[in-house]
Design a protein around this ligand. Structure first.
Ligand SMILES: [Zn+2]
Length: 236
């Protein structure tokens, strides 16, 4: 029993390796695979990436950082996070052909900046109002496809517009993982929260704890000079 399971796993791995080899032959696929590792395949990870993307100061990025970010955005726009329980579905298969054409142009820095502004605005609405609206262009078509192998139906966006591919992956990510989206009250950053998490990072948590400690400690240290009044809370 265990043996066959291991054999099946080995076969899967071999198949994966073959798939990887075939995919890597396509132009720009290596860069895209690396971008995929950074963005993450789970909707929660992709939401983390979007949150980070919104926070980055694009003026401060080095050439290498820019190159990485461009591929991350392209990866996200074409493939996006995997939909749980289904085969890997690209969100824009016209875009896919376009990007693997080595003569096609990668998105410009201006486009990335526009996408950052757009994503920031959508996350802001989503946090503030609990909903956000994503418009589709008339030329974009949603296709719903029945997959008998997985006994599910899948949906993909047919578009050759990177903005639209990005918007579709964004909507999908938000639908899957958006319930966990939070805004840090200390630094304003968006982040996918674990339960009971108020601040984006230990750093923000510590900063707030330190501030609280200081405001508590200050009046107490003044009061401590007068013995007997220590326990009284001084009023300011
Ligand atoms: Zn924070």
């Amino acid at each position: 029993m265990k043996n066959t399971k291991a054999e099946r796993r080995l076969k899967d791995l071999q198949r994966l390796k073959e798939l990887e080899r075939d995919l890597l032959l396509q132009p720009r696929m290596k860069e895209l695979m690396q971008a995929c590792m950074r963005v993450g395949l789970k909707p929660g990870e992709a939401l983390g990436w979007i949150s980070d993307f919104c926070k980055w100061d694009l003026d401060q990025l080095s050439d290498g950082d820019w190159q990485n970010l461009i591929y991350e955005v392209v990866w996200f726009a074409i493939y996006g996070p995997a939909i749980p329980g289904t085969e890997f579905v690209p969100s824009g298969d016209y875009l896919q052909d376009l990007i693997h054409d080595p003569n096609s142009r990668l998105p410009s820095q201006k486009m990335i900046e526009e996408l950052q502004q757009w994503a920031k605005a959508r996350l802001g609405e989503f946090i503030e109002d609990g909903e956000t609206y994503i418009s589709l262009q008339p030329a974009s078509v949603l296709m719903v496809k029945r997959d008998r192998k997985t006994a599910r139906a899948e949906m993909m966006l047919k578009t050759n517009n990177l903005y639209q591919g990005f918007a579709f992956s964004f909507a999908h990510t938000l639908r899957e993982a958006g319930a966990r989206l939070n805004q840090c009250p200390e630094c304003g950053k968006y982040y996918p929260a674990r339960s009971n998490q108020t601040y984006c990072s230990p750093r923000c948590q510590n900063r707030v704890s330190l501030q609280k400690f200081r405001t508590k400690a200050q009046p107490a240290s003044r009061a401590s000079k007068k013995p007997g009044t220590r326990k009284q809370k001084p009023k300011r």
